[in-house]
Design a protein. Sequence first.
Length: 228
Amino acid sequence: MIKLRNVSKIYANGAKALVNVNLNIEKGEFVFLVGQSGAGKSTLVKLLYREEFATRGQVIINNVNLVRLKSKDIPMFRRKIGVVFQDFKLLPNKTVFENIAFAQRVIGKSSREIRNNTANMLELVGLSKKGNVFPNELSGGEQQRVCVARAIINKPQLLVADEPTGNLDQDTAWGIMDLLTQVNKLGTTVVMATHALHIVEQMKKRVIKIEGSTVAEDIAEEVPYFGS
Ligand code: ADP
Ligand code: ADP
């Protein structure tokens, strides 16, 4: 589902954020991106939803070669990818319901479908009673659950999350991790950049370590052994 071939990203100021990255991520995987601050995690995440463009190499997402993707096709491409950020980015003047429904209005779903889907999504993230409140009336963890709901409402094949637990306390962070695990079990590939090593250690998923602007380690998911 995700293929990076000899990918480098050099910003206009000369910063070599990524150098010669090669990576394959299969459909349905749950992958952590770890590494020190400045290692290039956010840049990698941004390449995946075409927020940034590789300076060299190929980025292929769902058989779409982003090198060849025309500007006018970027919005359509992004609709198939859910994105969750550290700092939530909810629309402050819209209710929780509207924040989640919005992505569906953009793609022209009927009002009835939007109502049903949004209600289902509120239930999935445990916020059925909060549809009519505004983001600033929610806790950080609740806001992030709204963000996850918004990111997955259009059933994306890929969910990318950049430090989604960065602004949350530990318990709340685990609530978000449970949600991402659930989303992944429903078939969405999840790629999450994080500093939260205690979470990474406990989840036992694939871990890609970025160091010196490239992939330094790639540790496979620990598959539980059910021996006889
Ligand atoms: P991480 O997410 O691992 O902290 P980033 O991908 O944000 O790392 O940054 C990698 C490197 O690229 C850093 O040296 C950073 O300063 C640089 N960088 C990131 N974004 C930009 C930008 N928009 N312009 C210039 N340099 C950038
Ligand atoms: P620009 O091309 O000027 O970066 P965009 O319209 O692409 O503006 O993005 C506007 C904001 O929305 C950015 O902060 C970007 O990170 C965010 N964004 C882009 N694509 C998505 C997406 N698929 N899901 C959620 N947020 C996104």
